[in-house]
Design a protein around this ligand. Structure first.
Ligand code: GTP
Ligand code: MG
Length: 180
């Protein structure tokens, strides 16, 4: 089928790399809704997503993979459910340099529980070059202790290859024919 279109959502905390990841992998220039960051976010970076990011990957056979990035700030939480609707799967990006990445992971798995149930989730841990701990093994142990089964990989959001690997892992869980 040439006209099959799918939607993948990127979620995770402010600065985890959602906008960067979509920019690294998209086949079109990303449509981003970024604004100058204020208050606490501005201490981390100058711009933040306020509505969504949109990118597109052209798969073999003319099929399209639409990529949507959520705003990390919780005050834009109303967008999370909007963007989650109809998603084939969720990529959760976790910033390893944040104070408590496991608490972040628990929070996002809970917040996107509806979207994740019945679909698939893959976790990409960013900034491991800056902050190597916790290790991926520690994440996996945390996930299994909390009853989650999902792939958890390191991923530099700036790396097209890393984000492609994350998406391939996610798509393979859903439908092996979607592998690029
Ligand atoms: N050193 C390092 N920097 C990274 C890595 N992954 C992403 N970054 C950087 O982290 C920043 C992420 O910023 P964004 O892509 O705007 O983050 P976001 O998740 O879209 O944030 P919000 O829209 O505010 O929720 C960028 O400056 C990236 O270059 C990584 O693995 N290592
Ligand atoms: Mg963003």
């Amino acid at each position: 089928m040439a006209d099959v279109e799918h939607k993948i959502m990127f979620a995770g905390p402010v600065g985890a790399g959602k906008t960067t990841a979509i920019g690294a992998i998209s086949d079109i220039p990303v449509v981003a809704t970024e604004a100058r960051a204020s208050d606490a976010v501005a201490m981390r970076k100058s711009r933040t997503t306020v509505a969504m990011d949109y990118g597109l990957i052209m798969l073999d056979g003319g099929r399209k993979l639409h990529l949507y990035g959520t705003p990390g700030q919780e005050r834009f939480r109303f967008m999370w459910d909007i963007l989650a609707t109809g998603s084939l799967g969720v990529v959760l990006l976790m910033d390893n340099a944040r104070p408590d990445p496991f608490a972040d992971l628990g929070f996002y798995l809970d917040a996107f529980n509806n979207a994740i149930t019945g679909t698939a989730v893959a976790v990409g841990v960013t900034r491991t070059d800056i902050q190597p701990k916790p290790s991926i093994t520690a994440y996996q142990m945390w996930a299994s202790a909390h009853g989650f089964r999902m792939p958890i990989l390191t991923a530099d959001a700036r790396s097209r290859e890393d984000i492609a690997t994350l998406l391939k892992v996610l798509l393979a869980m859903l439908d092996p024919s979607l592998r690029r």
